[in-house]
Design a protein around this ligand. Structure first.
Ligand SMILES: Nc1ncnc2c1ncn2[C@@H]1O[C@H](COP(=O)(O)OP(=O)(O)O)[C@@H](O)[C@H]1O
Ligand SMILES: [Mg+2]
Length: 279
């Protein structure tokens, strides 16, 4: 069985995929750029990915991928009770990379229509049919982001080197700590090569992490990518920026393989007993 087949096997309980949440204390620090590029990077591994735009007020995942959504999560609200994964598939917007996007409502005033039960059901349905669900979020910890975080298998907290970003990231991480999510939280230092008083190498220590993912500062590439709606991992695949995101994707996959295929803790003991029974 090859890697992709194993990743495609449904897990017990109807859940197949892993849910990744990209969040951060501030706006404008690269959450959307990283979420969409990570998604497209993962498709190169023959893995099924969907992206949910969890910034229900000002989501711009569709814009970042040059998609013109005909449907958004708002259109699911009325049919939620009868929704199954086949019906949900009709609301996803297909990007040419293979990524399927569930867009945010087209206007900020519709955000309140997306209640907790909708989020819960939609995430579960997407996870039952995709290998990864990547959720891009708005700034900070509004209620819907907290719900995503609670459901997530892995949380990427994005920061830059700016003082205000570090200070607010620290507060956000403290909150995630108190809520008990630290063991699924990873730090991403975006624009890590930016000139700054705070050095990228010191940030993990400042924020209480052993390691971090480092994404270089490539303003032109990122701004152009978001503006024209072409992910930089597609048209600038050889850049250091894209390489950093590919590395992030590799780490995700290997971490997941370890957790999926790690033998259960007691399996060796079970085996011993089983063998013992035949002796
Ligand atoms: N790695 C990077 N290097 C340089 N500039 C970046 C980088 N990542 C993001 N940016 C800049 O930050 C802006 C905001 O990015 P975006 O992904 O929309 O942030 P957010 O989703 O956190 O609000 C981009 O338009 C780009 O100018
Ligand atoms: Mg954003």
């Amino acid at each position: 069985m090859n890697h992709a087949d194993r990743m495609n096997e449904e897990q017990p309980g109807g859940k197949r995929g892993e849910m990744i949440v990209v969040c951060g204390a501030k706006g404008g620090i690269g959450k959307t750029a990283l979420a969409v590029n990570l998604a497209v990077a993962l498709t190169k591994k023959n893995i099924q990915i969907s992206v949910m735009d969890g910034d229900f007020q000002f989501g711009d995942v569709a814009l970042a991928l040059d998609l013109h959504p005909t449907f958004s999560i708002k259109d699911i609200v009325a049919d939620i009770d009868s929704m199954d994964r086949f019906a949900l598939a009709g609301f996803l917007i297909h990007h040419n990379s293979g990524v399927k996007v569930l867009a945010a409502p087209e206007r900020p005033e519709f955000a309140d229509m997306i209640k907790a039960n909708i989020i819960d059901r939609v995430c579960d349905l997407l996870l039952s049919q995709q290998d990864y669900l990547i959720v891009d979020t708005g700034a900070g910890l509004p209620e819907n982001t907290l719900q995503f975080i609670e459901k997530a298998d892995q949380i990427f907290v994005v920061t830059t080197l700016e003082m205000t970003a570090i200070k607010n990231t620290k507060l956000m991480l403290d909150t995630l700590d108190v809520l008990g999510y630290r063991n699924k939280t990873h730090l991403v230092i975006n624009r890590a090569t930016m000139e700054s008083v705070i050095k990228a190498a010191d940030v993990p220590d400042i924020l209480g992490f052993d390691t971090s993912i480092y994404i270089p500062n490539e303003f032109h590439l990122v701004a152009q990518s978001l503006n024209i709606g072409i992910p930089f991992v597609s048209n600038q695949a050889k850049s250091d920026l894209a390489k950093a995101v590919f590395k992030m994707a590799e780490q995700l996959i290997s971490r997941r393989e370890i957790s999926l295929f790690k033998p259960k803790q007691n399996s060796f003991i079970k085996q011993l007993f089983h063998r013992g029974g035949h002796l």
